[in-house]
Ligand binder design. Structure first.
Ligand SMILES: NC(=O)c1ccc[n+]([C@@H]2O[C@H](COP(=O)([O-])OP(=O)(O)OC[C@H]3O[C@@H](n4cnc5c(N)ncnc54)[C@H](OP(=O)(O)O)[C@@H]3O)[C@@H](O)[C@H]2O)c1
Length: 305
């Protein structure tokens, strides 16, 4: 198949493109360098080809407290990116299925994280703008489906982890930050100080597990929304203990800074729907995924950043 991927240079994009090429698909890999999606007409250069699937992964965001500090820019930039892609899809690629990423932050605190509640209630204040741009993208796809019959799939990932994460100095998602700090504690003797009290709970999914599930859903489901997660969350202290064991660092040396921003106290996606759609759905055990990720940190020297 001919497949166009926006955000192909990102963490997820790298893993997805590798997987798709391994299956023999022909890819157009878009990044902000060869197609700045904030610019009108940037996709025109790709209009002469007919794509079977468009994976739209591009987004302007970062981990940590980035969303809290850049809500205005996030609104304008992500709305431009998403509107540009939606308009090009309907005008030039109506035969293609659009597969795009949602966010678990779109779920309102207090609601169950089930797909039917994705648009219900108010997202957490610190991630409100980012969450609403993702909800708008979902609504845009639903609107184009309703009016023109275009086909889409919205995938809502929990936090992705695994080898191949960025090494350009941007803030890291919590699981990478945790591994980096603990390896630095072990290798460089630095104090290991984690944000919050360590009791906040998080769910992660190995990027390769996510890509496999996304591909299967793309093959089998139209016009729907699916959470793709592990279905199980752990306190930060548990992640820290497992990483300490894997790198041989004493857990009791970890300090907790309760004055720092930690976001939601708990976030675990329901995976009931994906398990119904894909009976074979399963994820790599956390200890194994962490071992792969830690090995990548050492190989790439990412812990030195
Ligand atoms: N990582 C997670 O845990 C996670 C969780 C939930 C949802 N998601 C969603 O999954 C998607 C991929 O995430 P990721 O972690 O792979 O993100 P990432 O590593 O930050 O990659 C972002 C991608 O978007 C591209 N991009 C940014 N601005 C652009 C622009 N103006 N024009 C064209 N491309 C632009 C970047 O291109 P350049 O490299 O050229 O800048 C890059 O390829 C995003 O939609 C994200 O919201 C991710």
């Amino acid at each position: 198949m001919k497949i166009l991927v926006t955000g192909s240079s990102g963490f997820l994009g790298g893993a997805l493109c590798g997987f798709l090429e391994g299956k023999g698909h022909v890819l157009a890999r878009l990044t902000s360098k060869n197609c700045d999606l904030t610019k009108d007409g940037s996709l025109e250069a790709f209009s002469s080809e007919r794509y079977d699937v468009i994976y739209h992964l591009a987004a302007w965001t970062q981990a940590g407290d980035f969303c809290l500090r850049h809500p205005g820019e996030q609104w304008v930039i992500n709305q431009r990116i998403n509107t540009n892609v939606l308009a090009w899809w309907v005008d030039h690629q109506p035969q293609a299925k659009l597969v795009f990423m949602g966010t678990s932050c779109a779920y309102a605190p207090g609601n169950d994280l089930v797909e039917s509640k994705y648009m219900d209630g108010e997202p957490i204040a610190s991630l409100y703008t980012y969450a609403m741009t993702k909800r708008m993208l979902y609504q845009g796809a639903r609107a184009l489906n309703a009016q023109y019959g275009l086909r889409y799939l919205c995938a809502v990932p929990s936090t992705l982890y695994g080898p191949g994460y960025h090494t350009d100095g941007r803030q890291m998602h919590f699981i990478f930050d945790l591994i980096r700090k603990i390896i630095r504690g072990k290798e460089l003797g630095e104090p290991v100080v984690l944000w919050g009290d360590g009791h906040q709970r998080r769910e992660v999914i190995l990027v390769d597990d996510f890509v496999r599930a996304l591909y299967r859903l793309t093959e089998t489901v139209d016009n729907d929304i699916f959470n793709i997660g592990a279905g199980e969350e752990f306190p930060i202290r548990t992640f820290a203990r497992m990483i300490c064991e894997a790198v041989s660092y004493p857990t009791e040396r970890i300090e907790y800074d309760t004055s720092r921003y930690v976001g939601a106290t708990s976030k675990c996606l329901s995976v009931a729907k994906i398990k119904l759609a894909l009976p074979e759905y399963s994820v790599t055990p956390l200890a194994e995924g962490l071992r792969h990720t830690i090995a990548w940190f050492y190989d790439s020297k990412a812990y030195l950043l």
